[in-house]
Design a protein around this ligand. Sequence first.
Ligand SMILES: C[S@@+](CC[C@H](N)C(=O)[O-])C[C@H]1O[C@@H](n2cnc3c(N)ncnc32)[C@H](O)[C@@H]1O
Length: 395
Amino acid sequence: MNKVRDQYEAYPYPERDPRDEKKRLILGSPSLPQEIDHYVFGGQRDWSQPLRIFVAGGGTGDGLIQLTALLTQYGKPYQATYIDLSAASRKVAEARARTRGLKNITFVTGSLLDAPDHGPFDYIDCCGVLHHLPDPDAGFTALRQALAPGGGIGFMVYAPYGRSGVYPLQEAFTALYEDMSPKDRLKAARQVVERLPAGHPFKSNTNLNDHKSGDAGFYDLLLHSTDRAYDVQSLTDTLDRTGWSFAGFTVPILYDLARLAPVPAGMDPVAAMAVAEKLNGTIRTHTGYATDTPRPVASGKTRTLVPHIKGLHAAQLARAVAQGQTPALDTDGIRDALSLPRQTAPLLAAIDGRRSLQEIAGHAGMDPITFGGHWSQVEKALLPWGMLVYSNVLR
Ligand SMILES: C[S@@+](CC[C@H](N)C(=O)[O-])C[C@H]1O[C@@H](n2cnc3c(N)ncnc32)[C@H](O)[C@@H]1O
């Protein structure tokens, strides 16, 4: 019996109605084309070449639909393979793709451990899956073996501290309800959760909302049979051990120790991120990218790169900065205000996803030296929040 498959046959995750594809596109990390380019391809991928995509544990299709719908919208070629243990989840993902008329997707019901049989791939999406494998290292290794040279993975795995309160409940429910059907387990566990005392770590953990989003969310959070969390150190150790090179997290500020405390001289950067994770205490998931070999992440020092603003419209941001406003930022409970000098407003206003940095400087009528000074301030303010990435996908 495969408990993980049984769960996702009974409760495909996340709950999605294919008809909603007519109304909205769900966006998120990983697997935004601009982000993939930034972290995996140095912001310089040749998008005229088809992107060979593998969506590992694709569930009801969020990552698959986002990536293939955006590439279709941008007129960029791709060939995607979706795989999942759960046929019920695949049915939803297929219906969503059909509703959108998306082409060049192969749907497979099976295990991501067989990834090498389907590859090689330039990009692998694996969001919320590897921590559910009985032997996660085998999953990391199989995906690495399916990667084409120069490619990379966008991953999301659970993190321990922001999920405090979850694991004792999962253990208790396993001890109590292991032999019940998924439906009966859900009913029994819901009754217990209703009665938890106010001070229970799960009840006081305001980072968690999945259990409020319906049966699939509740089951996924509290009744999973196979679920482990990775702290920064264990995640980077796992990547190293299984042949991956860590490229970066999508919201670096969450891991920035210097924001929280003086960093001891000579401290290893991974150790510093691990301490920041402990001090913040609110990180529920680690979302980031890894590649086959170490390579430089895109940087504005290369003036041919094309910047994109994420999370806000560049024009909106430019207006706010021109008026001296400081828009509020909030991620995983970390709050700050975005403060940029007014002189950067014309540069922000010129960002359209197509202009390169040198074209933006020209458009704003700025000489290279003045531009360099202002742009480094834009990078300093936006990169930590994952709000600035470089990609030529729209060129
Ligand atoms: C939490 S869901 C995530 C779905 C999707 N990636 C997303 O982010 O919305 C986990 C999915 O992984 C699938 N899964 C778990 N183990 C798997 C394996 N060994 N091979 C393929 N799929 C697997 C489950 O069936 C389920 O659909």
